[in-house]
Design a protein. Structure first.
Length: 487
């Protein structure tokens, strides 16, 4: 593939629009607003047309390549902007570092995904959302709306590819050296193309502008990622369509929202930022819920509520908590048979457990009460045991007790969290739950800024043979637990 370097700048100017030769600091339009001059379709040319000054993609699957006047416009480092309008159910893509193909799915390069449609758990439709660097750094929450124009910006600088939506950065991928070509394409330059996905509503493009950047840009060596087995598995899971999301992330212990989002862009792990709601916790009223959600508006992350204690259900209205993307809780706070409120992570409140078997029967009954009656989407910190009996985890969590919890989770459509902090539940529990058709979420439950890389969850995905269909996705509006369960 040909790239635009300083050495062959004069030659490259022959294939680029005349405006570029004028040194326009804002970039050069790729579309003249009235025809597809400078563009070439690989197949089904009728899938692309000009309507009302926009490029419209609608029809059989096809790709439209920008060729320039010379028929071979290629770019290595660049800053590309485009305004996009999607109709409900539409999908498309902006490809770069690719090459012309006469037919079929593109075999080379990268794609910035265009897709705001919701696809539920296990749905065969692609769940990656607009702005994803497809299969590399995927976004699973729609951050822009159908029927509204939004701006997509993609920039490549040597080994770094970045994506913004309406000015908010959501992707910051740095390719390792050497590239992992068996898992991901290489940033080596190439063509730009627009995608028509096929039999879906139309997508419109306007104001496509590119600014070539110097070819001799270099990524500092200290910014290159550390490649190990965890890095490879995260990248492979993105390629395979797993929703790689840590839904149990708290802004506490010194962790800021900016740090969490930077971590997400760097690692390829999307986050669910959760606020704690309950007595003596940050959120205790509907007004607090609405204030928190307003403060997080536009954040490229899922936003969740962690219900604290069993009283949390009495503090909020169904309408208020349904505005969260998801709700979760655990059974680490409950009242025992004597009515004493206990927090399982505090040894002084747990006290001595003289009869572990009796304790387990009570504990399992409390878990079942939560799963059967509280409006939650995820059961967090599952199978957690206090320190005084944790050494007997495998003995106390008998197959019968596990099955009771699993059956209740399945009956109530509650996902089971695979928790990185406590390394629970066990593989035996996960395998049994998978067989029952239970969904799983990933969660860190951080107490400090160190979010890790979901190591235990990745280990369980591999050991238990979990597929992308086994992984939880937040429900669409109208189907959330807060809207279908509890009073």
């Amino acid at each position: 593939m040909v790239s635009i370097s300083r050495r062959n700048l004069l030659a490259s100017l022959l294939v680029l629009p005349a405006a570029l030769r004028g040194g326009d600091e804002e970039g050069t339009p790729l579309f003249n607003g009235h025809s597809l001059e400078g563009w070439k379709a690989g197949e089904h040319s009728h899938s692309f047309r000009v309507e009302d000054g926009n490029i419209v993609a609608a029809g059989p699957r096809a790709h439209l390549f920008y060729t320039g006047r010379g028929g071979n416009a290629n770019f290595k480092n660049f800053d590309l902007k485009a305004e996009v309008l999607t109709r409900p159910g539409a999908c498309s893509g902006i490809h770069f570092h690719t090459e012309f193909q006469s037919h079929g799915p593109l075999k080379t390069g990268f794609k910035v995904q265009i897709n705001n449609a919701y696809a539920g758990e296990g749905d065969d439709r692609d769940r990656r959302k607009t702005g994803s660097l497809y299969g590399i750094r995927d976004i699973y929450k729609a951050m822009v709306n159908d029927d509204e124009w939004f701006e997509v910006r993609a920039q490549v600088r040597d080994k770094q590819a970045q994506v913004w939506l309406n000015g908010t950065q959501i992707v910051d991928y740095i390719e390792p050296d050497p590239p992992l070509v068996a898992v991901a394409p290489s940033l080596r330059g190439g063509a730009i193309a627009l995608e028509c996905c096929g039999d879906v509503p139309k997508v419109s493009f306007r104001n496509l502008v590119i600014k070539p950047l110097p070819d001799d840009l270099r990524t500092p060596p200290d910014q290159l990622p550390r490649v190990d087995d965890v890095y490879r598995q995260l990248l492979q899971m993105n390629q395979d369509g797993y929703p790689v999301v840590d839904y149990h992330t708290h802004l506490k212990g010194g962790l800021t929202l900016e740090q969490a989002l930077a971590n997400a862009r760097r690692l390829g792990i999307m986050y669910g930022i959760a606020v704690n709601g309950g007595l003596k916790f940050p959120i205790t009223t509907d007004a607090g819920v609405l204030d928190f959600l307003a403060s997080m508006k536009g954040t490229p992350a899922f936003i969740g509520l962690q219900g604290e204690g069993r009283e949390w259900v009495t503090l909020f209205s169904r309408e208020a908590i349904a505005k969260f993307d998801y709700i979760f809780t655990d059974c680490m706070t409950f009242s025992d048979d004597q009515g004493v409120r206990r927090r399982m992570w505090i040894p002084e409140e747990v006290g001595e457990i003289r009869d572990p078997e009796q304790f387990m029967e009570m504990f399992v009954s409390r878990i079942l009460g939560i799963l059967n009656h509280e409006p939650i989407d995820i059961h967090a910190n599952p199978t957690f045991l206090p320190d005084v009996i944790a050494k007997d985890y495998d003995r106390l969590w008998t197959p019968e007790r596990m099955q009771k919890v699993i059956d209740a989770a399945k009956a109530n459509d509650v996902a089971i969290e695979i928790n990185n902090r406590y390394r629970i539940p066990s593989a035996a529990f996960i395998q049994r739950a998978k067989s029952a058709g239970v969904k799983f979420s990933f969660g860190t439950n951080n107490g400090d800024p160190n979010l890790g890389r979901m190591e235990y969850a990745l280990e369980m995905v591999k050991q238990c043979g979990l597929t992308w269909q086994d992984i939880f996705m937040p429900k669409p509006d109208g189907k959330k637990a807060a809207q279908r369960k509890g009073s």
